[in-house]
Design a binder for this molecule. Structure first.
Ligand code: NAP
Length: 244
């Protein structure tokens, strides 16, 4: 499917994987609503980068973990773009610790952003898609949600939850012309993984392809799933083979 002229919402799009997804969508001719919680400066820079490809780009400050904030943001996006055909739920956080040292608030914060955030945004945007009888949704999960990871009970639980949510949404909305898939990245070089030591690391040795992934590797898979018509409820790993 041609993405030219389609309107996309990408959460967590002012940096990291989300920004690359927004850029790759713009390269395909899609307009992008950049949804983020962070600094005005980063959002402004993202809008400049994305719109340099000749598409419309607007940034919205939104906390995806808040239903009210998401509702307000999606209303503003509808006003600016009229329709939304593509949604990428990419915003995510980590608060890593071994379970016995993990604070309740760190468990809740991660579930609220990574899982409830996907619920909030999918509910609000799919209401528009249902009326349009068309939509493509991609949620960013993680191999942590498929394999588990010591020190990440909160994060792994949230990302496993995203897979269950993805498959349920795929079943609920298939008859409305809406597909819903997930991408599960492995270790990708972004701010989120900057503290991982990679020199002579057993982490790198455990990746069959022998390197960490780049944001472009994930964005390519997301654009593919947004462009397809007969794949739904799928989880596509982009992990150098780590979880096979
Ligand atoms: P990142 O560089 O830390 O970027 C995360 C983005 O999410 C930022 O733009 C951040 O905004 C935004 N965000 C955080 N909380 C938010 C909230 N409450 N509401 C709206 N936006 C919020 O992370 P990344 O590495 O690009 O990760 C992107 C996605 O891929 C995440 O879901 C992550 O779990 C997943 N993932 C990453 C890896 C990896 O190795 N990097 C592996 C597997 C999965 P601010 O700029 O304001 O902080």
């Amino acid at each position: 499917m041609d993405l030219k002229g389609k309107n996309a919402v990408v959460t967590g799009a002012s940096r990291g994987i989300g920004l690359q997804i927004a850029v790759d969508l713009a390269k395909q001719g899609a307009n992008v609503a950049i949804v983020d919680i962070g600094s005005e400066e980063a959002a402004k820079a993202a809008v400049e980068t994305v719109s340099s490809y000749g598409v419309k780009a607007v940034s919205y400050r939104c906390d995806v973990s808040s239903g009210a904030s998401v509702k307000e943001t999606v209303a503003a996006i509808k006003k600016d773009f009229a329709t939304v055909e593509l949604l990428v739920n990419n915003a995510g956080i980590t608060r890593d610790n071994l379970m016995n040292f993990m604070k309740e608030e760190d468990f809740e914060a991660v579930i609220n952003v990574n899982l409830k955030g996907v619920f909030n945004m999918t509910k609000a945007v799919s209401a528009l898609m249902i009326r349009q009888k068309f939509g493509r949704i991609v949620n960013i999960s993680s191999v942590s949600g498929m394999m588990g990871n010591a020190g990440q009970v909160n994060y792994a639980a949230s990302k496993a939850g995203v897979i269950g949510l993805t498959k349920s949404v795929a079943r609920e909305l298939a008859s409305r012309g809406i597909t819903c898939n997930a991408v599960a990245p492995g270790f990708i070089e972004t701010a989120m993984t900057k503290d991982l030591s990679t020199e002579n690391s057993p982490l790198i040795a455990s990746i069959p392809l022998g390197r960490m992934g780049q944001v472009e590797d994930v964005a390519q898979a997301v654009v593919f799933l947004l462009s397809t018509d007969y794949i739904t409820g799928e989880v596509l790993r982009v992990d150098g083979g780590i979880a096979m």
